[in-house]
Design a protein around this ligand. Structure first.
Ligand SMILES: Nc1nc2c(c(=O)[nH]1)N[C@H]1C(S)=C(S)[C@@H](COP(=O)(O)OP(=O)(O)OC[C@H]3O[C@@H](n4cnc5c(=O)[nH]c(N)nc54)[C@H](O)[C@@H]3O)O[C@H]1N2
Ligand SMILES: Nc1nc2c(c(=O)[nH]1)N[C@H]1C(S)=C(S)[C@@H](COP(=O)(O)OP(=O)(O)OC[C@H]3O[C@@H](n4cnc5c(=O)[nH]c(N)nc54)[C@H](O)[C@@H]3O)O[C@H]1N2
Ligand code: SF4
Ligand SMILES: [Mo]
Length: 713
């Protein structure tokens, strides 16, 4: 067929860049940024360009595969779906609903249809043993939103295009392209803050790519952000800089805050957080003096011991300085598909701790348990033990703490089925891999990404490539599984599920999307969006309080659950933070040419200098007699790995840093390019036993380790 150009939206990360794709209907010839997209303005990152490699990747699975020992054979969709359902059904009949677990990974949120159908499947399965990447990601953020605003989908977004002062903790948008802050072309947007006379302050143990373009970089000690933020608040109160302004009448509990932060004077926390008291005070003054300011945190403030407290205190800083819901402050998006309303309607506004995990008693959030409890729920005998597993768009072996323990547990399952496009470190353990269509083979609307965007925008893209003969989309696989499981049981589960699936069956995902637009706050229709292949701009963010909270809604700025955790925070001041036997803690980093664990099979993304190297501060290297290029052993409570060393003052004293998502040398991996340049998995040393006591998010950052030369080990 003739070559042509179609316009699309990149589904690889939240930035949602507009793409121009040259293709012949089956193969992608090239991918470039779409200059006519009003939001991304032509921006594209190397991963977007490499979409061509993934789309055409010969290692990507196109047909269901069944494993017999180490051997794989192709089987038909019909047989595969029947086999999956009969095994799941039989195991649940014998051992109860909880005997089949589910793990859902990150790419599931970038497929609106798969996301909806995934919820049906989980409902029908009816198991409490549900896990997802949320508990190594934004769990503390959504827990804080649930406790403070009463809805997990109410997430403040920094108004970066208008702010005069951006205080950023634990995020590296120059590489991640922004998260819980959809902002394509983010580097230009960040530079613009300074160009218009504003300021950017980055708080990060590493002088990240974002810190490089900031006015100020504060190299905090990992895991101490809650202390830092409490001290910032302490200074704001002490110096009389607090002014809540417009939203005062919607706040409950703000009068408690001064007492709660009183113990955390900048002088007292400084030695623990590793930032001078005077710097915290100056920051408080500058933040309060700015015409508008936004405090924003992401993965680094979430995946740590005090993730819930830090996520909450970020909001308190915005509230205390009158910056919540203010232009240039931390605002709330008004997306075309109103997620907040949907979350309420489908009963997903966010519920927390209605039950706990069987073995360690970790709290549920929105019917999911923290992955800190995953391995033990698979290993520990008794009623409710997970004996079979369904994974969907996830690679827990490389992406979750103590991947080695998880892979042993996967090897002992009675049955495992993975809905995934690759045979990789996780799915190689499955009995059955069900590969759906990928990327440009399906239509796209960033249901979640649009909901946390720095502008109100809407961009729908039809599928660019033809759906290959006999292929199924993610949502079709999940919907088939739901349907067949229901039939095996003699009828779908609850009445609610029957109504939802009937509607889905009748309308299809596109019809449902169209309905969301119809009931949404903007004058947008699906047909209208289809006529706008570059997307539409719906204007800058607008103040949304109090309406956003719903009738009688309040901002509970001092939720008891979080207030009760403050004594644990204060106790962390004394003695100084824990570290490994030779005094180091491990953090991880992302790279512009990786996407968690799964894009290293693209030749153009892995060429060049090997990136899986351990960064260490020059003084730490010197005191250990280590030098750049040398191979070292990184050892923690749970395991050890070897990596080449890079000595650099990018990283703070006492901290070492490896990227996550590597370690492709596991046997049975079907990724030939990735296996040729495997690196090691940082999650072979991160510790599933370290988590935030409030919400159970894993502490991936701040893991105590030792680092020694290979010869000495
Ligand atoms: N040490 C450390 N660990 C981390 C992090 C960290 O910062 N440090 N970050 C954490 C974060 S934020 C996250 S979100 C998690 C991610 O954790 P996961 O989501 O479990 O892992 P990914 O590496 O994103 O794996 C995605 C999987 O989805 C498959 N896939 C890709 N596209 C599709 C698709 O369209 N359909 C289907 N069915 N499958 C698809 C890929 O082949 C791959 O197997 O990792 C976490 N792990
Ligand atoms: N290129 C690329 N883009 C991606 C991804 C990817 O893998 N590669 N993954 C996507 C996903 S799933 C997500 S969730 C987003 C994540 O998006 P971000 O959160 O912006 O990305 P990270 O690079 O994880 O940034 C976390 C930062 O926190 C710092 N940090 C570590 N520990 C601490 C601490 O204790 N305190 C503070 N203040 N900082 C700390 C780290 O040094 C790092 O710079 O990125 C998305 N985009
Ligand atoms: S920044 Fe994200 S959305 Fe944009 S091209 Fe890169 S991977 Fe795709
Ligand atoms: Mo993530």
């Amino acid at each position: 067929m003739a070559n042509r150009t179609s316009y699309a939206v990149c589904m690889l990360c939240e930035a949602s860049c507009g793409l121009g794709v040259e293709h012949d209907g089956e193969r992608v010839l090239s991918v470039r940024g779409d200059d006519a997209d009003p939001f991304s303005r032509g921006h594209i990152c190397p991963k977007g360009v490499a979409l061509a490699d993934l789309q055409n990747d010969p290692d990507r699975l196109r047909r269901p595969m069944r494993r017999h020992g180490d051997r794989w054979e192709e089987i038909s969709w019909d047989d595969a779906l029947d086999l999956a359902v009969s095994r799941i059904h039989a195991i649940q009949q014998r051992h109860g609903r909880d005997a089949v677990g589910v793990y859902t990974g990150n790419p599931s949120v970038h497929s609106y249809a798969g996301f909806l159908a995934g919820a049906f499947f989980a409902d029908e399965l009816g198991s409490r043993q549900r896990f997802s990447a949320t508990s190594v990601d934004a769990l503390p953020r959504v827990v804080a939103s649930t406790l403070v605003y009463g809805n997990q989908a109410i997430v403040p977004v920094p108004d970066i295009d208008r702010t005069d002062f951006l205080l950023m903790l634990g995020a590296n948008p120059a590489v991640s392209n922004g998260s819980a802050m959809t902002a394509p072309d983010v580097v230009k947007r960040l530079r613009a803050i300074r160009e218009r006379g504003g300021r950017l302050v980055v708080v990060d143990p590493r002088r990240s790519e974002t810190a490089e373009i900031a006015d100020t970089h504060l190299a905090i000690r990992p895991g101490t952000d809650a202390l830092f933020l409490a001290a910032l608040l302490n200074a704001l109160f002490r110096e009389g800089l607090v002014s809540v302004g417009r939203i005062e009448s919607q706040l409950d509990g703000f009068e408690e805050i001064p007492r709660l932060v009183a113990p955390y004077t900048p002088e007292r926390v400084a030695p623990t957080v590793g930032v001078e008291a005077s710097e915290i005070e100056t920051l408080a003054r500058d933040f309060a003096a700015a015409r508008s300011a936004a405090c924003y945190g992401r993965v680094g403030t979430c995946v740590q011991e005090f993730g819930a407290l830090a996520s909450w205190l970020i909001d308190v800083v915005n509230v205390a300085t009158g910056n919540l819901d203010r232009v240039g402050g931390a605002m709330f998006t008004t997306p075309a598909a109103d997620l907040i309303g949907v979350a309420k309607t489908i009963g997903q506004a966010g519920a927390f701790d209605r039950y706990r995990s069987r073995v360690s008693g970790l709290p549920e959030f929105n019917k999911e348990l923290p992955v800190a409890a995953f391995a033990e729920e698979l290993e520990t005998p008794g009623e409710g033990q997970v004996r079979a597993l369904v994974t969907h768009a996830g690679n827990p072996v490389l992406s979750l703490p103590n991947g080695r323990r998880l892979e042993r547990a996967f090897g002992n399952l009675e049955f495992m089925v993975s809905i995934d496009i690759y045979r990789n470190e996780t799915t190689r353990h499955a009995d059955l891999i069900l590969p759906p269509t990928f990327g440009l083979e399906r239509d796209h609307y960033g249901l979640i990404s649009h909901g946390v965007a720095v502008r109100n925008t809407a961009h729908y893209a039809p599928a660019v490539l033809d759906k290959p003969d006999g292929a199924l989309h993610d949502w079709e696989v999940l919907f088939e599984l739901t349907d067949r499981l229901g039939r095996a049981r003699g009828g779908l589960g609850g009445a609610g599920l029957r109504v939802k699936t009937a509607l889905f069956r009748k309308l299809g995902p596109r019809g449902l999307l169209s309905l969301l637009f119809r009931f949404g706050p903007h004058d947008v229709t699906l047909a209208g969006l289809e006529a706008q292949p570059h997307g539409v701009d719906l204007g800058p963010l607008e103040p949304r309080l109090p309406g956003l909270l719903g009738k009688g809604g309040r901002i509970r700025i001092a939720p008891q659950r979080l207030v009760d955790d403050l004594p644990r925070l204060e106790a962390s001041l004394d003695p100084a933070p824990s570290a490994g036997p030779n005094g180091l803690v491990l953090i991880s980093r992302r790279s512009l040419r990786s996407n968690n664990s799964w894009m290293h099979n693209s030749p153009r993304l892995v060429k060049g200098r090997h990136r899986c190297v351990l960064q260490m501060h020059p003084d730490d290297a010197e005191s250990r007699g280590l030098s750049s290029g040398q191979r070292v052993v990184v050892k923690s409570r749970v395991g050890e790995i070897e990596a080449p060393l890079e000595v650099t003052d990018e990283i703070r004293l006492g901290v070492v840093c490896l990227p996550h998502g590597w370690g492709h040398d596991r046997p049975g991996n079907g990724l030939r390019v990735a296996a040729a340049n495997p690196g090691v998995s940082v999650n072979d040393v991160t510790d599933e036993g370290l988590y935030d006591a409030v919400c159970g998010v894993s502490s991936l950052m701040g893991v105590p380790v030792s680092v020694t030369a290979i010869a000495a080990a």
